[in-house]
Unconditional design. Structure first.
Length: 256
């Protein structure tokens, strides 16, 4: 049997065929129609935000197949997470430079909507600083970040990295838990899991796990298989902000 296509129907036909050949979204089961950068592209500065001669941080970024919803649908959450991380980074000249050259403008645009949101949740506090051999109290701000919002973005990054590692053949099974040793409790005490998470981070390094990512001074990740089942992903921003993605189970401990 011979089928004769009209010229007007050929583009529709080929579009349907190509859709069938496409991958599914890294996050859901929809057909992927776009590519998602992971971490999101806004985490990486444009050249105009950097001193002359700086590397191009928007080259060699990781991308995964994505539907429209799980790509552009959370852009405000991506920006919130990116600026929260950069404001929380320690001892990174690059992070401070980007805060001043890019993120201050982001905080004050659109009637300073993002800046108002973040700093409306801040409280003046005194924090001891080491000056020589003396501890001297200094004034700063304690900001109550929206952890659920940040964790959702980090979880999406973990799902995308897992999909990327499998060459788009396997997706993270079920939910995952996001943990970080960096954020304090509401009373400014350490997270009860702080020491355990710091030891887990050291264990990743002691195992010699590869640090992956094209720009490790902004972001890198390490991935490890549990002894029993499942995977753990360690994600590091600006060499100091650490997140772990763990299987969502009662025994979500890093036994490595």
């Amino acid at each position: 049997m011979v089928i004769i296509f009209r010229c007007t129907t050929l583009p529709i036909f080929f579009k349907l065929v190509l859709n069938c050949m496409k991958h599914i979204c890294y996050y859901c089961n929809e057909i992927a129609t776009t590519k998602e950068h992971t971490p999101p592209k806004c985490f990486f500065p444009k050249k105009k935000d950097l001193p002359s001669g700086s590397p191009d941080y928007r080259k060699n970024l990781i991308t995964v197949p994505s539907c429209e919803k799980h790509n552009t649908g959370r852009s405000k959450d991506d920006e919130y997470t990116a600026v929260s991380i950069i404001m929380h980074s320690d001892n990174s000249d690059l992070a401070f430079s980007l805060l001043m050259s890019k993120w201050i403008d982001v905080l004050v645009r659109q009637n300073a909507s993002l800046g108002k949101l973040i700093f409306s949740r801040s409280t003046p506090v005194l924090v001891p600083y080491l000056h020589g051999d003396l501890l001297i109290p200094g004034k700063t701000l304690a900001i109550a970040y929206e952890r659920e919002r940040i964790d959702q973005v980090i979880k999406s990054i973990a799902y995308a990295l897992y999909y990327h590692e499998s060459n788009y053949k396997d997706k993270w099974k079920g939910e995952c838990i996001i943990k970080s040793p960096k954020f304090l409790m509401p009373d400014l005490s350490l997270n009860p899991e702080h020491d355990y998470l710091v030891r887990a981070s050291q264990a990743f390094n002691e195992l010699g796990l590869e640090k992956k990512g094209g720009h490790p001074n902004i972001f890198y990740y390490q991935i490890h298989k549990f002894k029993d089942k499942g995977w753990a992903i360690k994600m590091v921003f600006y060499q100091s902000i650490i997140f772990f993605a763990l299987p969502c189970s009662p025994a979500s401990k890093l036994i490595i």
